[in-house]
Design a protein around this ligand. Structure first.
Ligand code: ATP
Ligand code: MG
Length: 236
């Protein structure tokens, strides 16, 4: 469903993503795992059209989207949920959700979608009239994910849903993402913790210095001592 071939991207004269190829099949969840500053977010930005691709190609559902503008890519149903909680603090939970249905076709289905989002995130329903600024960190994360689901999403890219949250809240957010995956949505997840990634993802791609250094299932990768040492910090 999503196919990257030798994608190169960066900022100014700096090349960050140095030739990445990967495929995410329909209904699958794949994860990009890697240390800080190695190009995970940059790759998502290149896929969603927020950053120019210097070379290589990106195809989504058979359509070449390499040079397509970000607004159009969203209309294709490829939704990027950015790192950090980009919600509108002075708007209510429900107003924030409605903003996620900004394309014409999504707007028509906003009422029905909002009920689906409330079903996945009952806490958002409880707090629907509350301003986003008064939400807890975990609830804001749920709101940011819920807003992404309000579009005509066919593939969602979630950038570090666990960042800065207490472990118990991370469990809750992951449980909800699991439901989204089980519903048949295609997901590309960025996660720093390989165990968390493994709990959701079919394929894990390890990124270092802007290239994929290994790909495989979580258990395959965790069977390797060098990977355990690097990613879990366990010396054996
Ligand atoms: N707008 C920008 N302009 C210039 N350099 C940038 C910009 N955004 C990111 N970078 C640099 O690109 C590199 C990769 O950043 P990126 O955000 O892709 O890393 P990441 O793997 O997502 O890290 P993290 O796990 O911390 O989110 C870093 O060295 C960063 O400083
Ligand atoms: Mg990042």
């Amino acid at each position: 469903m999503l196919e990257l071939t030798d994608v190169v991207a960066g900022y100014g004269s700096t090349v960050i993503v140095q030739g990445i190829s990967l495929t995410v099949g329909r209904g699958e969840c794949a994860a990009l795992v890697g240390p800080n500053g190695h190009g995970k977010t940059t790759l998502l930005r290149a896929i969603s059209g927020l950053l120019k691709v210097r070379s290589g190609t990106i195809a989504f559902d058979g359509t070449d989207i390499t040079r397509v503008k970000a607004e159009k890519i969203v209309e294709h149903g490829l939704i990027h949920m950015p790192q950090g909680d980009l919600v509108f603090p002075d708007m209510t939970v429900e107003e924030n959700l409605i903003l996620g249905a900004f394309t014409r076709s999504a707007a028509k289905r906003a009422r029905e979608r909002i009920d689906e989002v409330y079903e996945i995130f009952p806490r958002l329903h409880e707090r629907r009239t509350q301003r986003a600024r008064t939400l807890s960190g975990g609830e804001r994360r749920m709101l940011a994910i819920g807003r992404g689901l309000m579009g005509d999403a066919r593939l969602i890219m979630i950038d570090e849903p666990s960042l800065g949250l207490a472990p118990v809240i991370v469990d809750e957010v992951y449980h909800q993402i699991q439901r989204i995956v089980k519903s048949g949505m295609t997901v590309l997840l960025v996660e720093e913790n390989i165990h968390r990634a493994q709990s959701l993802a079919h394929d894990i791609h390890l990124i270092e210095n802007g290239v994929i250094v290994r790909s495989g299932s979580g258990s395959d990768l965790l069977d390797e001592r060098a990977i355990r040492e690097t990613y879990l910090g366990v010396a054996e």
